[in-house]
Each structure stands twice: as C-alpha cells, then as structure tokens.
Design a binder for this molecule. Structure first.
Ligand code: ADP
Ligand code: MG
Length: 889
C-alpha cells in the first residue's frame, strides 16, 4: 500500500457508501489492514486512547485536606495561640496541621493510584480483521481503517462505519442519552442526519446489546465523537464507602461532644478563678486530644491495601464499597461452566444413528480414537454427519501456543473440532469445502446456534430446544427415519447423569429466500449427540468447602442440563439440598414460592440469564447478602442488583464488567472465596485500628477533664497531646493495616452489614483501656510531683505512659479474640519496625535538648521508665485476661 492519503477531517462517513469509505481510508473490507500498514498508521495516529482530562490539580487536592472541621479547630487554635504570643505552641500546632495534610494527601493519592491501576488491568480486547485473520487485540491498538467485528456485550472500541449488521443493537446512552437500545443497519443516510440517528455508524464507548456487526474504523482516540465531547473522561475516583460515611458521621457527633466538653472545661476553670489563657489552653488540649484525627485516613488506606491484596489473589475491585460488602456475603451464586469447572472440554461419547461410540484421549490434542464396541471405526453415515455438523456449526479455532494446543473461542466448540480430528476429518478442509453463507449466533437465551452451508443448515445446542424443532432422525447409514423422541431423550439422560455436557446436532433445509432466524428453523432432522466432560476445578472443591465452613451458601447457576449440573454439583460437594430447579420451573413459581424454593436449592439448571435477576431478588428478600457471577449482556441486571456483582475477566463481556463491582482475572470460583477472605480480613483490620485508637483519645480527654475538675495542673500540654496522637497513629496504628488475616476468619459466620462496627464487648474494652491510661498517666504524674520531681519531668512521664500504654495495647489489638502469640508473634514485620521507631522517637522526645525546648519535656530516670513499662504491662495482661475470659464464656 502507498502512503495513506486518508483524511480524518471527513465527518460525514454515514453519508458515504461503505466501499467509498473503505477507499477513502485505504482499507480492505475483506482482509483488513496488513501489519506494515498498521505500524505506519500507529505512528501517524497514535494509540486509540482518550487523553485523560486533568483531574483537580495537586495543589487544590492538597488544600482540600484542610477542609475538615477538626482541622478548622486546629487552625483556629493555632491562630489564637499566636495572638496570645505563644509562638512555639502556635507553630507546632500549625506544623501538625501541615503534616496531617501531607499524610492525608499521600494516602489518598496512593489509594487512587491503586484503583486506577486496577482499571488498566481490566482493559478489554476487541476482535479485529488484519492480514485476513480475525484476532483479539487490545482496543488501544486500533488504527483508522481497521476492520472490527462486534458481538453482543462488546464495548464499541472506536467510531465505526458499519458495512455488515445482523440484528445489531447498541446502547448509546453514554453518548446521546438515549436509554433504549437502537437498531443498527447499513442503510444509506442523508448528510444532515443527527448523531443519534446515524444507524450505519457505531460509536466508541457505546455497548452492543445484541446481534452482530462489522465496521471499519473511521476515528480513534480523541477524534471519536466521545473524545470530542469528552464527557466520559476520567472523573476522580470516589473513595467513600458506607463504612467511611459511617465513620464520618460518628466523628461529626464526637466533634460536638468534644467541643461541648472543651467549652465546659473553659467555663468551669475560669469560674474557679484560673487564668483564662491557661483554661483556653486546657480546652484546646481537650479538643485536639479527644478527636481521632487519623481515623478517616487510616480507613481509606486500609481499604486500599485490601484492594491491592485482593488483586494479587485475582479479584479486581471496581467499586470500593465491595471490599466491605464481600466480607459480609452470605450466599455466592456461581456460574458452572468455566468458574466451578475447568472449561477444558473433551468429547467422550457420541450417539448417532442409534449407536453409541466412545472417544478416547483427553485435552485438545488430536491423539485418540473413535470406537464402537471396542473396535476403532472410520466415520461414515450418521457418525460422520454428526462430526461434520460439529465442525461446520462452529466458531472456534484450534491454535498451537508454546507447543500446546489451545482453543481460540468457546471450549465447547473446540471439543467438537478435536472429536472430528480423532475421526480423521480435517476441520480447515471442511470449512473450505462448505463455506458458511449465513448464521444465527449462539445466544444463551435460545441455547443453540445455526449455520448455513450451500442449502443445508446445521444446528447445534441444548437437546430440548433442538428436539422441539425436529421431526426425523438418521439411521446408522445416514438415511432419514421417523423421530423416536423417547429413545433419544433416554440416552441423553443417561449421558448427563454421568456428568457429561450434552450437545444435540441437527440439520435442515430452509426455504429458498427465507432469512435464517429463530422463527424459520423447523422441520429438522436429528443427527446425534456429543457428550463431553468438563471436570470440576480441583481448587473449586476446596473453595466450596471453605465457604461452607465460613457460613456462606454456594449455589450453582447454569444454562446446562439439570442432570449434568447435578452430577457436577455432587463432585463439588454441592450435592446436598433440594433437587435442581430448572428455569422452566422457576418461571412457573410466584415470587413468594420462589423465595421458599431458593432457600434449600443449590443447583439451578437451564436458567435463562433474565431469571438470574429474580433469583437475586428472591435471595435478598430472604435477607441474604448475595454475590452473583455473570459474563453475558443479559447478566447485567442481575449483577447490578446483587450486593456484589462479579464479572468474568476472561470470558466476560464489557457490559457485564461494567455492571459488576468486582472482576475475576482467572474466572475461577476459588478467587471469589479468596476475595471474601480478604474482605473479612480488611474489616477485621479496620475494627482493630478503631479499637486501638479510641482509648488514646478517650484517655487524653479524661485526663484533661479530670485535671480541670480537680483543679490540678494539666498533666499533658496540648502540644504533647498532638505529639502523642501524630506519632502513635502513624508508627503504631497504621501498621495494623498490614496484619495478616486471622487464621479463623473463614471459620466464623458472616458479619451482618447492619451490625454496629463496635460490639458492646469492644466498647467496654475501649473504656477499660481508657480508664487504665487515665489512671496510669494521672497517677504517675501526681506521684512524680509528690516525690519532688519537676513539672516537666512529671509531664514527660505522663506522655510516656500514653505512648507505652498504646504500644503494649497494640499487641492486644493484633487479634480481637486470640493472644498475639496465637497470631504469630513476629508475623507482622511492619509492626515491629513501627514499634522500634516509636521507642527511638520517644527517647529522642525525652532526652534531646531540642525536644525538651520545643515540647517542654525533660529527661527522666530509669526507675521512671520501669513504672511506665509496668503500666503498659498491666494493660497488656488485663486485656489478654479479658480476651481469655471471653473465649471461655
Ligand atoms: P453454562 O455456561 O452455564 O453451561 P450456557 O448458557 O453457556 O450455560 O449453555 C447452555 C446450553 O446451551 C448448553 O448446555 C448447551 O446445550 C448449549 N450451548 C452452549 N454453548 C453452545 C454453543 N457454542 N453452541 C451451541 N449450543 C451451545
Ligand atoms: Mg457458557
């Protein structure tokens, strides 16, 4: 090809005939572009990506860190202390505000990056015709002139001028706002037709809801209509979840309580005749001490860590709240084929002309034979026709990859190709000899597909659907006989009860001139059955067991036959419960009856995608928290309705992925179980952090309150309180986010999402620790003064009581129920580094002259340290005793 002379300024593609469009774009509608030409165009036009619109600038996002009521209080305190000419106090308070903003900013950016990286991982492939070969490619690699094939569930990857369509419908809501799918045709259109009515165009980022189409790329990246209106461009990631909102609400209430107490402190103190400045400082101390400032940031970062942990275990979170909901799931509804099973299909049995043939060999290698009564046979008559139908009515291709044979396409169809090869047929030769003239694509609603070759149409699909349209069958030699429906059904039943997935094959002769479609396929001749095994995934068996131990019910939902489904379910350990419920039975049930039925049924077979929505609703009406998997376009409503919609990363359509809250990169059921485990772990770590952090705040608040009420000098200054809060939150508390998951996390029943975050038992524990911190700090403070030490020394001791108390208590918080030794005493390296740093920092605080000057601290003796550590140990042992007592009780 010569240098492309194509002009992308042409915007009236809809007005031009398809061949003229192809000519203008210097493209070939039959073979697509060739590799060299693609490279050249990539240079000219760049990648098919939208330039991300800049989000809020960094400085603005940084400023937003100050936009919190608590920070307002700190800034106000800083301003007033400056006015009072307490320069050091003012400076340090302001420094803390800055540090807090920097930490918040970094954590937020990290969390957003983690989520953006996941979005890139979930990027999709599109089918492109290049060098005459259809190939899956990342959408980003498209160039103008590429020929693209659209299938149901695809996201249109670029602006396309369509030149072939088959009942193609697209959802253009994202572009035009039109909420109903619009029909696409290859008609000629006037020049002035508006965007929403250009039926012969498919626009980037719209979704294919049904049918098929082929089009040539006329615009990519920013030159697409979507790129031009740039309405869909990346908006800021929303980091809020139900839990963070609950915490914000909780903090707001606390804020008012604390402000009230601060005012109370000031009033009581001044009324007693203390200096207003002094009392103002006490009020400030109370406010800054009692508010858990690190909480929101800690929660965001814990969630973000959970998200990346899940990604490592092949579950990609698309919507952050799913991290929390996952841990509370009570039912997982899973697809069978490919999720609970390997999706490695091998034909083992063929029933044709009333005879039963065995097929040997496993996997996709062509080694194996077809035999009848132990004798190898060369296919003829009905058997041959059965193999030929399986090859022709087929979209899959066997490819060699790294010395192994794999299926490009549907494994069910790959198995049919392999079976034919074992019978000595060559699929590529058959395809060449009997070219496909027309087709009805497979759709899980109809459960069959059909293709037209010459004047014969071949159909394959679910037996019931095929038999309903059949009136004759073949004898062993391939002659037509009257249909013996009962015999065929009995045989299919026997195959299915061994766990074989059974496909029926038939042929017909459509009326001349009639379009091939669902209405016109009738009067068929039954050819035979092919039964294939699809072994359960070994990991799935273990994962099902783990779910059951965790109090989570697992339900199998499949389009496959009830008997096959039940046989596989039994192998997976899902055999108990009521017998399988079929789609037909579900359709006959009222909502109330369905609610009753879903409780004990574990296998739902021959389910149509639309029925999944009813199943989710019935389970939710029973109070369940439902996780539901799906891959097709029609699964989207169920995925949206489910508490956690899970889309398949490999076989899933774009529509399903967009509707889902989570993606599985390996389509494997075991990854769902892993994600649930991580979800529970994340929640545990959040609870641990909250239980750990609140006693500091309560304790400090009580200390100030007690001092003012008793008329004693403040045992800790506002500055010192800020020091304690900032250092312990970062060096100690945050390390809890790295805690390994509790061993027994999957042996507990699911947490109810409406249950309060802190149980009464935990609230009591928090108060107990707060009281011990109050007692320790206040007691040692008074004791130091009593024994003639300086005020600075006494305060330094009080500060160290808080830090050491929280340090020892951190080990209690590593598990809510067990001792830290049970968890593995050294299993969290982060925590130990944090503890080490914290101790060094505290020595610095106590002994460094600069710190003595800044924070009014003073060196203390070894005996003081002994008493401080003793308080820490008392807290540790009291809480361990309390935990042990609860374990028994
Ligand atoms: P599942 O994935 O849950 O097994 P599907 O909806 O994919 O269910 O398939 C339902 C039924 O449709 C299968 O049992 C089979 O009879 C038929 N079927 C599946 N794949 C194909 C195909 N590629 N061509 C024709 N029929 C198919
Ligand atoms: Mg399937």
């Amino acid at each position: 090809m010569t240098e492309p002379t194509i002009s992308l300024l042409e915007r009236h593609w809809h007005h031009l005939p398809a061949n003229e469009v192809a000519e203008l774009l210097d493209s070939d509608l039959v073979h697509g572009l060739n590799a060299d030409e693609v490279l050249r165009r990539r240079d000219t036009f760049g990648a098919n990506l939208l330039t991300p619109k800049k989000g809020k600038p960094a400085w603005l996002r940084f400023l937003f860190q100050f936009h919190q009521p608590l920070i307002y209080i700190l800034i106000a305190s800083s301003a007033i202390t400056a006015f009072l000419q307490e320069w050091v106090d003012s400076g340090v308070i302001f420094g803390v505000v800055l540090v807090n903003a920097v930490i918040g900013y970094i954590q937020e950016a990290k969390a957003e990056d983690a989520i953006a990286a996941l979005a890139r991982m979930a990027a999709s492939a599109t089918i492109v015709l290049r060098d005459g070969i259809k190939q899956p490619l990342p959408a980003a690699e498209l160039v103008p002139g590429d020929v693209v094939l659209l299938a149901p569930g695809d996201k249109v990857p670029a602006d396309l001028r369509l030149f072939r369509t088959r009942e193609l419908m697209t959802d253009e809501a994202s572009l035009t706002g039109e909420s109903l799918p619009v029909a696409k045709l290859t008609v000629h259109l006037e020049k002035d037709v508006v965007l929403a009515e250009r039926a012969n165009m498919a626009y980037a980022s719209t979704l294919v809801t049904s049918g098929q189409g082929t089009g040539v790329v006329v615009a990519t990246g920013d030159t697409t209509e979507t790129g031009r209106i740039s309405r869909l461009i990346a908006h800021a990631t929303d980091l809020s979840t139900p839990l963070t909102r609950k915490i914000e609400h909780f903090s707001a209430i606390m804020l008012y309580v604390i402000l009230g107490l601060a005012v109370f402190t000031f009033v009581v103190g001044t009324w007693r005749g203390e200096a207003p400045v002094e009392m103002f400082m006490a009020a400030v101390a109370l406010a800054v001490g009692a508010i858990p400032e690190g909480l929101p940031a800690a929660i965001t970062i814990t969630l973000a860590i959970g998200v990346s942990r899940m990604a490592r275990r092949r579950a990609i979170i698309r919507k952050l709240p799913a991290v929390e909901t996952l841990g509370g799931a009570t039912v997982i509804c899973s697809d069978k084929t490919g999720t609970l099973t390997e999706n490695q299909m091998t034909v083992q049995e063929i029933y044709a002309g009333g005879e039963t043939f065995r097929v040997s060999g496993g996997g996709y290698a062509a080694q194996g034979e077809i035999s009848l009564d132990g004798k190898v046979v060369a296919p003829q008559g009905a058997l041959r026709e059965c193999l030929v139908a399986g090859v022709l009515c087929n979209d899959a291709v066997l490819v060699e990859r790294e010395g192994r044979r794999e299926v490009a396409g549907d494994p069910t169809e790959g198995a049919l190709l392999v079976a034919a090869e074992k019978g000595g047929l060559v699929p590529s030769e058959l395809h060449a000899a009997y070219a496909r003239r027309d087709e009805v694509p497979f759709d899980s609603r109809y459960q069959y597909m059909a293709t037209l070759h010459g004047d014969v149409v071949y159909i394959k699909g679910a037996l019931e659907k095929i038999l309903d349209r059949t009136s004759a069958m073949l004898d062993p030699e391939g002659r037509e006989l009257v249909l013996d429906r009962a015999a065929i059904e009995a045989h299919a039943h026997a195959m299915a009860s061994h766990g074989l997935r059974v496909l029926a094959l038939a042929r017909g002769a459509p009326e001349e001139g009639e379009a091939l479609d669902h209405r016109h396929l009738g009067n068929l001749v039954f050819i035979g059955l092919q039964g294939m095994i699809d072994p359960p995934r070994a990991e799935a068996v273990a994962a099902v067991k783990a779910c059951h131990a965790a109090g989570i019910a697992v339900k199998m939902i499949t389009g496959d036959h009830a008997i096959t489904a039940a046989a596989i379910a039994a192998q997976l350990g899902l055999g108990e419960g009521a017998p399988p419920l079929t789609g037909r039975q579900i359709a006959a049930l009222s909502d109330a009856e369905l609610r009753k039925a879903v409780r004990n049924t574990t296998v739902f077979a021959r389910v149509e995608p639309e029925q999944k929505l009813r199943l989710v609703e019935a389970l939710q009406a029973e109070g369940e928290i439902v996780a539901m998997t799906g891959d097709g376009v029609n699964d989207a409503p169920a995925l949206k309705q489910a508490d956690i919609g899970i889309a398949m990363g490999i076989t899933g359509t774009e529509v399903a992925k967009e509707a889902a809250a989570m993606l599985l990169t390996d389509d494997n059921f075991a990854s769902i179980e892993a994600a649930v485990e991580e979800g529970r772990g994340v929640f545990d770590n959040l609870v641990k952090f909250i239980t750990w952090t609140l006693p500091t705040n309560f304790g400090e608040g009580f200390v100030i309150l007690a001092a003012v009420v008793l008329g004693v000098t403040l045992p800790i200054t506002p500055l010192q309180i800020l020091w304690i809060n900032m250092t312990t939150a970062v060096l100690l508390g945050l390390m809890l986010a790295f805690e390994p998951i509790d061993q027994d996390v999957m042996r507990r029943p699911p947490r109810h999402p409406a249950a309060p975050i802190l149980t009464t038992a935990l609230m009591l524990r928090i108060l107990l620790v707060s009281a011990m911190l109050l007692g320790g700090a206040f007691g040692l403070f008074l004791w130091e003064l009593e024994t003639g030490e300086s005020l600075e020394q006494a305060r330094t001791v009080a500060v160290n009581v808080f830090v050491m108390g929280e340090l020892f208590y951190l080990f209690n918080c590593r598990s809510m129920t067990h001792s830290p030794f049970h968890v593995g005493f050294f299993s969290n390296a982060w925590l130990w580094s944090g503890v080490g740093l914290m101790i060094l920092l505290q020595l610095f605080f106590t002994y460094a002259p600069v710190m003595n000057r800044l924070f009014a601290s003073a060196p203390i003796g070894l005996d003081d340290w002994a008493r401080i550590v003793a308080v820490g140990l008392v807290i540790y042992f009291v809480i361990e005793a309390e935990k042990a007592w609860r374990r028994r009780g």
